[in-house]
Design a protein. Structure first.
Length: 336
């Protein structure tokens, strides 16, 4: 079963030859394979808080930090299930649509019924309300702002009447959630402060997560256009959207360098350049037409551009965190 769980976390799928266990089924239902991005946002917020505790004398609340990370992971699970529920209700998700081809759709695949999925959504959101309540009692009304904005975007990303994804606002919403809301929110409940430099420091990783969603919408470009779903690639056009995604990947490194030059972060975060080999490979692939057939043993076809962006985001995010950890342990600043 552990091998099953590892496979699901790596590929969002489980080979048909293997028996589906309960944990694997739920890992697929909540799409836990992409939770690493949320965990990274939470850890970045905690590392920034730890750096501030060492250099600025703010208090580091470890209990609230752990609660915040658990809370955003649960919120991500809720978001994924909400998207699948409302996209099915709205007639977007079908057996022929991309969503059901790269990974089993919870309802269409028969893993769970509509009522079961709706109850699971209510249950995880109730758990997040409890966590939010504890953090509210410890840190006050700003917690409600972070949680409220996150829940609003999570629900209305696909739910009527707003359907943010359908009007080119999905990418902006994801950047806001995985950057200022997750990183900034985790920092706030850990320190009871939120300086401007933390919001700025949240932007590089926010851009990386946005490239993942943009890649996914590029992969669904034709299908979304036929359904009238005006994601940002549909609005901009196929080639401009690819160029924009390449630009956001490069912007990650530019902003990190800017944070070092201004003395907001130490020189250790420049270790992100070690992810450059992945960047060059991804930029090259984005400059070429997507293949007509999947490579051997490729697990999430017909997705392509999103996989490239996800790998780059994961590697660059790890190096960013290593740089922040070294920033905490042995800070070396160009300016202070």
């Amino acid at each position: 079963m552990i091998q099953n769980w590892i496979e699901v976390l790596r590929t969002c799928n489980l080979c048909a030859e293997k028996r589906m266990d309960v944990v694997s089924r739920w890992l697929i239902i909540i799409r836990a394979c992409v939770f690493s991005m949320t965990l990274t946002s939470g850890l970045i917020g905690g590392l920034l808080a730890a750096i501030a505790a060492r250099t600025a004398g703010v208090t580091f609340d470890g209990f609230s930090f752990v609660l915040a990370v658990i809370g955003i992971l649960i919120a991500h699970a809720a978001n994924n299930m909400i998207n699948d529920y409302f996209d099915l209700e709205g007639g977007v998700d079908t057996d022929e649509y991309v969503r059901a081809q790269y990974s089993p759709h919870p309802i269409l695949s028969g893993m769970i019924g509509k009522t079961g999925l709706r109850n699971a959504i209510l249950a995880v959101n109730a758990l997040d309300v409890i966590i939010g309540g504890i953090l509210f009692l410890r840190h006050g009304w700003p917690v409600l702002v972070f949680a409220g904005l996150g829940l609003f975007i999570s629900v209305f990303y696909v739910a009527p009447p707003l359907r943010l994804k359908h009007h080119g606002l999905g990418e902006l919403s994801v950047g806001l959630v995985w950057g200022p809301l997750m990183i900034g929110g985790t920092y706030f409940v850990t320190t009871d402060t939120l300086p401007l430099w933390v919001i700025i420091a949240s932007l590089p990783y926010a851009l990386l997560v946005t490239t993942v969603l943009m890649g996914k919408h590029l992969d669904k470009f034709e299908a979304d256009g036929q359904r009238g779903i005006r994601t940002l690639p549909v609005i901009l056009g196929y080639r401009p959207a690819r160029l924009l995604n390449q630009g956001m990947m490069i912007a990650f490194y530019v902003i990190v360098v800017g944070l070092v030059l201004t003395g907001s972060l130490s020189v250790w975060v420049l270790l992100v350049v070690l992810a450059g080999w992945t960047l060059f490979r991804v930029l090259k692939a984005y400059s070429q037409p997507r293949p007509t057939e999947p490579p051997p043993n490729y697990p999430v076809w017909p997705l392509w551009y999103v996989s490239l962006a996800f790998v780059h985001t994961r590697i660059a995010g790890v190096w960013f965190m290593i740089g922040l950890l070294l920033n905490l342990l042995a800070p070396v600043y160009l300016r202070r």
